[in-house]
Design a protein around this ligand. Structure first.
Ligand SMILES: *[C@@H]1O[C@H](CO)[C@@H](O)[C@H](O)[C@H]1NC(C)=O
Ligand SMILES: *[C@@H]1O[C@H](CO)[C@@H](O)[C@H](O)[C@H]1NC(C)=O
Ligand SMILES: *[C@@H]1O[C@H](CO)[C@@H](O)[C@H](O)[C@H]1NC(C)=O
Ligand SMILES: *[C@@H]1O[C@H](CO)[C@@H](O)[C@H](O)[C@H]1NC(C)=O
Length: 471
């Protein structure tokens, strides 16, 4: 389990984990400067959404279509295309996201010459992200959009059909990155709830609504929050989505933010969920009861000028003798856990108790998961988890970041892919479209390759899925 466990003092870890998705928030909400009312894309391009017809390579790839459902015949010739750097990724859709002429196989297999060349391509190009208005345009004609972006129309295997997943995506900016994330995790048997921050601009709201409108199993949360950094609204956003999602049948829910990206295919994720054996993967510990820690939950907090500030007002002890844990804001949780969370009186009392704490999302999910009798729960205090790869500055457990550090978290560059592709986690944080689009393009290519050749996983990750995380 060691590889999934952060070895940090809880104080250091606290300051780091709090960063999470919100590093992006701090920057884009302009907490560091004055403009905090609107969220805008800094750089984007208004390209005509000229959609080219599918490439001629398709025919070479032995594509079989029946009733409008196409698949590729897994032949040795097709497989060798990945290794030789000529793989035709189905996530590459001409006219949508810019496709870079780089050798993803060479990058992932750590060919330094090819990685250097890829960096030159990024350096020589003004990296731009399609504007929110452009994404709105893409999704005006849903049948055409679904076809050109090659969304799967039916489950890729019986195993996946029998194991639907639910996703919560909290989004606040850059519809193009959200679109790209949705495309790569989309399967028709899954359910996707997207929570859009009320502070986001109308163009972003419109783009996400349009995108969701193209699918029966993708929707915008029926209730939207003004998400406050380190505040309760972050938890409420997830809960709003949970309420919408429990109307459907699925096995596990996974929460994501817009800067997460998958490291595993849908089938691979299903296999990890099964290996949890009904447990929730909600990492977190019962920390040393220092004043610093206790203050996070024991003192009332108030939002003052956009910041969550601790007051001197002490609260009574938590209800039901609940021990306050401290953990990660990311999780994979069973449907039973979610139903319990939404319906159990004690769970609700704990939620209300934590409403005025600092970063309730780092306390509530894990505290409830450790509370006696909660479905999928697990009493041990542990950071063991496989939901998210995050490379913090001050833990040298993982290889040094190749990319850049933003507020103590590695923003992943393509040069990190040889290492990252060997990691067992199902998702990675953080990926920025406008920082390194090749990271996304090559992860997409690798996942596309493993979708056609599922056995290829073992060439990259040993001992997957991770078992016995929760003995
Ligand atoms: C891509 O990289 C691989 C691995 O280094 C190499 O074998 C292959 O020849 C490269 N392909 C192209 C088209 O450069
Ligand atoms: C790395 O890529 C270059 C350019 O494609 C190729 O000539 C070289 O043989 C590759 N090196 C290895 C070790 O695969
Ligand atoms: C959206 O499409 C309309 C026409 O279909 C076009 O006039 C407009 O320029 C497009 N906008 C963007 C941002 O692509
Ligand atoms: C988890 O908790 C159980 C029961 O309290 C204990 O027996 C076991 O040793 C613990 N495991 C770990 C890894 O701490």
């Amino acid at each position: 389990m060691g590889r999934s466990v952060f070895r940090l003092s809880s104080r250091r870890l606290a300051s780091l984990i709090a960063a999470g998705c919100f590093i992006y928030f701090i920057i884009s909400f302009g907490l560091l400067n004055s403009d905090r009312n609107a969220i805008k894309n800094n750089r984007c391009v208004d390209e005509r959404s000229g959609v080219r017809q599918q490439t001629t390579n398709d025919r070479e790839d032995d594509v079989m279509c029946k009733d409008g459902v196409c698949e590729r015949r897994p032949s040795p010739e097709l497989q060798s295309k990945f290794k030789s750097g000529t793989w035709n990724s189905w996530y590459n859709s001409p006219g949508y996201h810019k496709h870079y002429d780089v050798n993803c196989s060479g990058i992932i297999h750590n060919n330094q010459t090819i990685i250097r060349q890829a960096y030159e391509v990024v350096r020589d190009t003004q990296v731009t992200v399609p504007c929110d208005e452009t994404v709105t345009n893409w999704t005006k004609d849903c049948p055409s959009y679904r076809r050109h972006r090659r969304y799967p129309l039916k489950a890729l295997s019986e195993e996946e059909l029998d194991y639907p997943l639910a996703y919560i995506i909290t989004a606040h900016k850059e519809a193009a990155q959200i679109e790209r994330l949705l495309r790569v995790i989309y399967q028709p048997q899954n359910f996707y709830c997207i929570h859009v921050d009320t502070k986001s601009g109308p163009a972003f709201h419109q783009a996400i609504r349009n995108l969701a409108g193209c699918f029966d199993n993708v929707f915008v949360a029926s209730k939207l929050e003004n998400v406050q950094y380190a505040g309760f609204s972050r938890v409420v956003a997830d809960i709003n989505c949970m309420r919408d999602l429990v109307k459907y049948q699925w096995k596990y829910v996974i929460n994501l933010c817009g800067q997460d990206f998958p490291l595993k295919t849908n089938l691979e994720i299903v296999k990890q969920m099964k290996a949890y054996h009904g447990h929730n993967d909600i990492p977190g510990i019962y920390p040393e009861q220092t004043q610093w820690f206790v203050g996070r939950t024991k003192h009332k907090h108030k939002v003052i000028r956009g910041e969550v500030i601790r007051t001197n007002i002490e609260k009574p002890d938590p209800p039901h003798n609940a021990k306050m844990y401290f953990g990660n804001a990311y999780y994979a949780a069973t449907r039973e856990y979610v139903v319990h969370l939404l319906t159990d009186k004690k769970a609700n009392d704990i939620l209300e108790y934590l409403a005025d704490s600092l970063s309730p999302d780092e306390h509530f999910w894990v505290t409830l998961n450790r509370f006696p009798g909660v479905p999928g729960g697990y009493p041990n205090s542990t950071w063991a988890s496989n939901v998210r790869f995050i490379r913090w500055t001050n833990s040298d457990y993982y290889a040094p970041c190749v990319g850049k550090y933003v507020r103590a978290v590695c923003v992943i560059g393509a040069g990190y892919l040889p290492y990252l592709s060997s990691q067992p986690h199902i998702f990675a944080n953080k990926v920025y479209y406008d920082y390194d689009p090749i990271t996304m393009q090559c992860l997409e290519a690798l996942l596309d390759y493993r979708t056609v050749f599922p056995d290829a996983l073992s060439e990259y990750v040993h001992d997957y899925p991770v078992k016995n995380l929760f003995p």
